[in-house]
Design a protein around this ligand. Structure first.
Ligand code: EPU
Length: 423
């Protein structure tokens, strides 16, 4: 297993191009199951999770070719009587559950391994299943698999009220509704930009989806969809991560190709902390000329502060002046980076869902262990800021969601290298 070795102390400077969004690419690739023919997806990030989705589509009989950032999917009917998303793939990537909506809509049945809990929380999928049931599906759980069957053969439109906004739940039901009979209304839907991006793709395929980006989405079902050619939007969480790295190292970085509107909550908090965040052409410039100040926050569904940026922002707070509180409202166990940051000299206390961060003068390099994707990103930023050498172990987590992170950071002046693991 590879590790990342970072010599701290460099101020990041220069330009970095932000890659396509992982969490938009995954539902969009799954949506290829909705229509036979040749799909082309461009600006797809080269990531482990994209590779896992490609494997899953191949398991379902699809022809998937990945060439750099272009993914061609030649979609054709799934050859098996019951399409199956197997445990081996779902356990590697929970987002595999995104094939459920398209498969049930298209084939009237699917078996998908139930994702277990993960490092950040229990993460049930009851809302996805409740929605499919409201659309006429029968759901049973057997031998670790969710087995979904639509007795009439085709889903029918329904009004579905989510108990909480769920990103992949909204995406699954929106994709399912595109091929259902009649109108589906999703109430209390997730408003994340990735949901909007999927709606754009479904509409390009001939669906009728309105309201994505608000909390009420209306889908008029249609009989058939067409293949699509689409370039994936930029990754707002990758962008936010480089923003945090720029500010934490008191650097000056221009992020290219980002949509500023997707980053407003993050930009507002960074400004409150004393960073300068400016729109510059097709990009965003972040610098931190003076000392950083404590800024408290709570994570919330979009347009609130994203849970996927909580760990990275916490590192900024570690060396800011004063005490900040960070409340994690989305996932119950998303503070796994805290003990590692404390080993690097941070002063963070966690009680329940609240972390209290007391700013310190400096962090110290150490060997630290990554537990999930965003926690790993926070440890890399901590390594950039720390005195001495930091080694982030189990870097495969990072490869799930950050394209060529060591190259991009090196290009910005960091001293970082990938080293083969000893164990
Ligand atoms: N929830 C339920 N029941 C459900 C669905 C969700 O109780 O049926 C709960 C979850 O346990 C959680 C909350 O609702 O407490 C929100 O979860 P959500 O369903 O929105 O999360 P997700 O769709 O599984 C996506 C991203 C995550 C990101 C979250 C929140 C993808 C592929 N994943 O997950 O991304 O943290 O939304 O914004 O889009 C990451 O990229 O590192 C990552 C974890």
């Amino acid at each position: 297993m590879d590790n990342l070795r970072i010599q701290g102390g460099a101020q990041l400077r220069g330009r970095v191009r932000i890659s396509g969004a992982k969490n938009a690419a995954l539902p969009i690739l799954s949506a290829a199951l909705l229509a036979d023919g040749d799909h082309r997806f461009r600006n797809v990030p080269e990531l482990r999770d994209v590779g896992t989705m490609a494997k899953l589509l191949r398991t379902l009989g699809q022809d998937v070719r990945v060439a750099g950032n272009v993914v061609d999917v030649q979609s054709r009917p799934v050859p098996d009587a019951v399409p199956v998303a197997p445990y081996e793939l779902v356990k590697q990537m929970r987002a595999s559950v995104l094939v459920l909506g398209p498969l049930v809509a298209r084939y009237g049945r699917a078996h998908v391994s139930l994702p277990g809990g993960c490092a950040i929380g229990a993460r049930p999928i009851d809302q996805h299943l409740k929605g499919l049931e409201a659309m006429g599906a029968q759901v049973v759980l057997e031998h670790g698999y969710v087995k979904v069957e639509v007795p009439s053969g085709r889903l029918r439109g329904a009004e579905i009220v989510f108990d909480m906004p769920t990103v992949t739940g909204t995406e699954n039901l929106m994709a399912a509704a595109a091929l259902a009979r009649g109108r589906t209304t999703l109430v209390n839907a997730a408003r994340e930009p990735e949901v909007e991006e999927l709606a754009r793709v479904l509409n390009k395929m001939g669906a009728s989806v309105e309201g994505a980006g608000t909390d009420v989405i209306v889908v008029e079902g249609t009989d058939a969809l067409q293949p699509v050619d689409h370039a994936i939007m930029a990754d707002r969480i990758e962008a936010g991560t480089y923003m945090a790295a720029a500010a934490a190292t008191r650097g000056d970085v221009l992020l290219e190709g980002v949509t500023f509107e997707h980053l407003e909550a993050v930009a507002a908090k960074m400004r409150q902390a004393g960073a300068v965040v400016e729109r510059e052409g097709e990009g965003v410039r972040v610098c931190a000329p003076g000392p950083l100040r404590a800024a408290s926050l709570q994570t919330a569904p979009h347009p609130g502060f994203p849970t996927d940026m909580q760990a990275q922002f916490m590192v900024l707070m570690c060396t800011a002046q004063g005490r900040s509180t960070i409340v994690e409202n989305i996932f119950e166990n998303r503070f796994m980076h805290v003990p590692e940051l404390n080993r690097m000299g941070a002063r963070i206390d966690v009680v329940g869902r609240t972390a209290t961060v007391e700013g310190v003068d400096a962090l110290q390099g150490a060997q630290v262990m990554a537990t999930d994707l965003r926690a790993s990103a926070s440890l890399v930023i901590a390594g950039l800021v720390a005195d001495g050498v930091t080694e982030v172990l189990r870097v495969y987590h990072i490869d799930r969601g950050y394209e060529r992170i060591e190259q991009k950071l090196s290009q910005l002046g960091a001293t970082i290298e990938r080293v083969p693991g000893r164990a």
